[in-house]
Design a protein around this ligand. Sequence first.
Ligand code: C2O
Length: 535
Amino acid sequence: AAMKKYQFDIKMKNVSRLCHAKPIVTVNGMYPGPTIYAREGDRVIVNVTNYAQYNMSIHWHGLKQYRNGWADGPAYITQCPIKTGNSYTYDFNITGQRGTLWWHAHILWLRATVHGAIVIMPPQGTPYPFPQPNQEFNIILGEWWNNDVEEVEKQGNQMGLPPNMSDAHTINGKPGPLFPCWEKYTYAMEVEQGKTYLLRIINAALNDELFFGIAGHNMTVVEIDAVYTKPFSTQSLLIGPGQTTNVLVQANGVPGRYFIAARPFMDVPLSIDNKTATAILQYKGIPNYVIPTLPQLPFPNDTEFALSYNRRLRSLNTLQYPANVPLKVDRNLLYAIGLGMNACPTCINGTRLIASLNNISFVMPQVGLLQAHYFNISGVFKTDFPDKPPTPFNYTGAPLTANLRTSVGTRLSKIAFNSTVELVLQDTNLLTVESHPFHLHGYNFFVVGTGVGNFDPAKDPAKYNLVDPPERNTVGVPTGGWTAIRFRADNPGVWFLHCHLELHTGWGLKTAFVVEDGPGNDLSIFPPPKDLPPC
Ligand code: C2O
């Protein structure tokens, strides 16, 4: 195993898109930021120095950080922010994981521009379980605002309104030819007839699930969230914020130029956002004046596509890459997604929208929860988060008021070490215009079931896939439906669970698990690093 060292300088940079320049927060002046390359088994050390006027914190999305929550990064959950002028070193091992993940700022909405790919190769000498590609490309999907992103965030949080939609979607930071001033800001990928390419696709958008496709070329899905899948071929992908998808693409079309495109599935309530980001797949030797064709993507509200696409995702589940699905459940949790209003003295009308799980809207603490847990600091959080909604109701059909009894608090759920957990995330009749991509830190989980309407504990578990369910770190809870996930709580620490739509996170659609230490010293949380940022 090797040691990979990186220096991340957080600094402002003037960047122009859509004929509009503004200062943005970057890592090393790059947008998107630098790629972390490692192999399974490597130790990665990233020293982050903050030269920007914003507090900073970096999350390594999807890395399990075994016993090592100190390197996980969500601000006020596992650490306090790195203040202007200060540094913090994230030091972690990559064990038992290979594939595509990504890193991003985990404070405010700064991940809009502070993000990049993590490429984890299998150990030296271990091939991929699929045809070896001739070349690999990282494809990061994102969003661009002409306004300052922190202004947009304030509007979303304080007025309790959906924020201004982004002005463009982007592919590797570039919106492409359907937007003004595109000439310098179009990503192009050159391919050679007959060769095979691996695309590592990352959805770094703040608030949009995205469809993705390439004109004239099918894609073979081979991996999601750094877990191999049973390969299947498709014209379009669906990828939620936080998720990654690796696909093989064969350059077997008529040599030419083809558009690669990404656009949203379901969007901010009451608005139609069909802005399509494009990039170009160009065969070697084809001149630039050839006009590309657009791929046919599903319509923005094509829920049928979303359901059937997600049903096709299966873990590879071979001897070498087994799916260790927990078959018995020690702890059953049902979290219902809700929405309410809360007093807000600084807001217009004195109230704002808040989102909730089991009628609790999460309040961010002032001290890192992991520190509070590790050092037994009392008064920072409670561990009385209810396992079920306080009053069960017809989640997907009840009158709106059943969802509105929202309270606020920093309430967590305590989980016994090594217990098996089933969590059913139940959407309700509010916030139903889009599905919620839920992300759990510190773990992968198995998506054992999903359905429309109310989860039925008497009938639905019989239909679970306990053989080869997809294993991932972020899953979409369908509009007006539910998703059941299972995991074994073998990683002690404090682990954030939240909707990866930044707007909803800001409204409080989040909580955290406190997973207790196991017996003995090597099953407990590591001691904190010396340079852990003070609060
Ligand atoms: Cu990718 Cu808690 O986030």
